[in-house]
Write a protein that binds this ligand. Structure first.
Ligand code: NAD
Ligand code: UDP
Length: 314
């Protein structure tokens, strides 16, 4: 089945690389576009021999073109972990604003469908729990996470403007905390930090009391949802995430079941760190029949295997 060419920005990143794999397997030709600021060529090395796959190293903050017809543009380029986007604040604002406009322009020129990778961060520190797509959020425009949250909010507004003004066929997904084997061991996110620390026999670094919650989705589940939204979704945002909610102390409990007892050190909670987060995925279930399948224990096991290799621990 030939589904045409999908352009995946951020294709050398943690999620982007799994998306490239998934789309190649599903009958798309894939062009991954990435400036490698937080991504790694190692993530896509195994795809380079596939004739249907191309990699273009470029910064989507600058206007760009792709040769030939394009059936879909999926905009995943952006630093994504708090550690990364706080180290690259202006780049994060630009890839969410100029970068999104450049990807929308490409989709408009080519007559392609466009999908924006937005985030649960657009809900900020939510006062509604679990979060439905109709919730408008509780976001600081000046706090230490604002460069990411506001860039993504702008990107959603730009996407809707191109739909309403130019008739681009758009999709928006709001991704909740996703994890998997290709996360960088030093990206600062909680799953990669805790697992890397446990594998190296270091204490696990808990920020705050560890009672804050997140809902962790395994990357394979997520990319299946992305494809369904692209092919069968409508113009309104879809939450994509795993609704099983855990405190950070419960996450440590799950890691201890896999890797044995751990020691813990406590550190100050970063400013504006959301207290809790859990997606309401009714829309994705009802419209698309999508829901995550991989349990936390299984996902952590696979992620630990990936990180063990990355850390050279065999
Ligand atoms: P990642 O950092 O691994 O991947 C992002 C990729 O984008 C990297 O390969 C990076 O080099 C590339 N990139 C960044 N700026 C670029 C630019 N200007 N031009 C070209 N390429 C650029 O992060 P990820 O976790 O894979 O996230 C991918 C997308 O999903 C991001 O848009 C992120 O906001 C979104 N998302 C991820 C999560 C999650 O839990 N992983 C949650 C919500 C949203
Ligand atoms: N966190 C932690 N220890 C770490 C890294 C993160 O306790 O080493 C906490 C962090 O304060 C937050 C949660 O884990 O409450 C999730 O953090 P992450 O950076 O993974 O994602 P986000 O905050 O963007 O959801």
């Amino acid at each position: 089945m030939n589904k045409g060419r999908a352009v995946i920005t951020g294709g050398a990143g943690f999620v982007g690389a799994s998306l490239c794999e998934r789309f190649l397997e599903s009958g798309y030709a894939v062009t991954a576009v990435d400036n490698l600021c937080t991504g790694r060529l190692a993530n896509i090395a195994h795809l380079q021999s596939n004739a249907q796959f191309q990699f273009e190293q470029r910064d989507v903050i600058e206007p760009f073109d792709i040769d030939g017809p394009v059936s879909a543009v999926l905009h995943f380029a952006s630093p994504a972990s708090p550690f990364d986007y706080q180290a690259l604040p202006v780049e994060t604002l630009k890839v969410g604003s100029h970068g999104t406009l450049n990807c929308l322009e490409l989709a408009k020129r080519k007559g392609s469908r466009f999908l924006l990778a937005s985030t649960s961060e657009i809900y900020g520190d939510p006062t509604e729990h679990p979060q439905r797509e109709s919730y408008l959020g509780n976001v600081s425009s000046i706090g230490p996470r604002s460069m990411y949250d506001e860039a993504k909010r702008y990107a959603e507004a730009a996407t809707m403007a191109y739909r309403r003004t130019f008739g681009v066929d758009t999709r928006i997904i709001r991704i909740f905390n996703t994890y998997g084997p290709r996360m960088k061991h030093d990206d600062g996110r909680v799953v990669s930090n805790f697992l890397s620390q446990a594998l190296r026999h270091q204490p696990l670094s808990v920020f705050g009391t560890g009672h804050q919650t997140r809902s962790f989705c395994y990357v394979d589940d997520l990319v299946g949802g992305v494809q369904l939204v692209l092919e069968r979704g409508d113009d309104q945002p879809y939450n994509l995430g795993n609704p099983n909610e855990f405190t950070m102390l419960e996450l440590i409990g799950a890691i201890e079941e896999l890797l044995g007892p751990q020691t813990v050190t406590y550190h100050p909670l970063p400013q504006d760190d959301p207290t809790r987060r859990k997606p309401d995925i009714s829309r994705a279930i009802e419209h698309l029949g999508w829901q995550p399948k991989v349990a936390l224990r299984e996902g952590l096991l696979r992620t630990a295997q990936g990180l063990r290799l990355q850390l050279g621990l065999g």
